[in-house]
Design a protein around this ligand. Sequence first.
Ligand code: KIV
Ligand code: ZN
Length: 394
Amino acid sequence: MTISADNSNKERVYIFDTTLRDGEQSPGATMTLEEKLQVAELLDEMGVDIIEAGFPIASVGDFEAVTAVAKQVKNSTIAGLARAIPADIDRAGEAVRHARRGRIHTFVSTSPIHLAHQMRKTGDEVIEIIQKTVTQARNLIDDVEWSAMDATRTPIEYLMRCVETAIKAGATTINLPDTVGYAVPEEYTAMFRTIIEKVPGADKVIFSVHCHDDLGMAVANSLAGVVGGARQVECTINGLGERAGNAALEEVVMALRTRGDAMPYYTNVETTHLSRASRIVSAASNFPVQYNKAIVGKNAFAHESGIHQDGMLKNAETYEIMTPESVGIKATTLVMGKHSGRAAFKDKLKELGYELGDNAFQEAFVRFKDLADRKKHIYDADIIALVDDEVGSI
Ligand code: KIV
Ligand code: ZN
């Protein structure tokens, strides 16, 4: 199998899950406290390194949720988000102080468009804000993440000044988000390479990627950031998140696990929990998972075409690059439809307890194809009915 489980000679990538914060920012995805606790518990059990549990200043409910998650979770670091505003930072510090390992995650915009229209501040003023707010956070807790919102639309020289200021003020993780999903992979790799190579103190901190999916490149960009030197990936279950969403955790983790030969990195996530995590988050957020969603979609391990089904019956590696079991799905499904061939039909009959002679099989197959042309879904009951009719008529 292509899956590579040997992690020697690979570098660890930390998984920072923000389903409960950026994910919950999807319009309509609000979760109750109980649902958040259930998701956090599962993420912890899965081996997620950091759980961003919410934005404590946003509401009393968010503060209570971050506090409750911080108290309950046993292994993962619990992060609370804060703008570069003293009251936000204090509130986040208060919520995460209950955690075994707590983190304040503070951010400020750095791109010209955000500075001019959102912040209404000069570049020098933002540098001063970074210095003060990161210092404040660091006085509250040892683990401080600083994010440059809209980093990918920020001129690199100015971004380097911001990163250097955050590191000097005590940030331990530097996150350079593609806030609006604008980057292309090569550019994102280059941004990390330049900053890690040129900014003093960059070797003392962990760099992080945080990508949105506006152009459908969030996962590709996240992996490109890792190639450029980032060692933390921020992502969400099912890719839930603002607008088109964030990088999907299950895709990042399985890409690294399946293509460890091309990308020598590994995560600590126990991948057999991925399917359950997807179902739980989908139910809690009320966001259905698209059928053809990579890794966890209903069709991710389903095959309908005759050629594919025939291949799968001979050797699963012909059309599957990872096993369904590796992501917590019981088995591959061969869907019976108008594209199915004789091999899959025979296999299905066997599963249903039928062994037909050549002629009866041929007759049944013709009737099956005829039915499949007329009916979208062919259920086991349809096949049983058409075989029983056939056998009955002999
Ligand atoms: O997309 C973004 O820039 C964010 C920050 C708050 C990290 O979500
Ligand atoms: Zn985001």
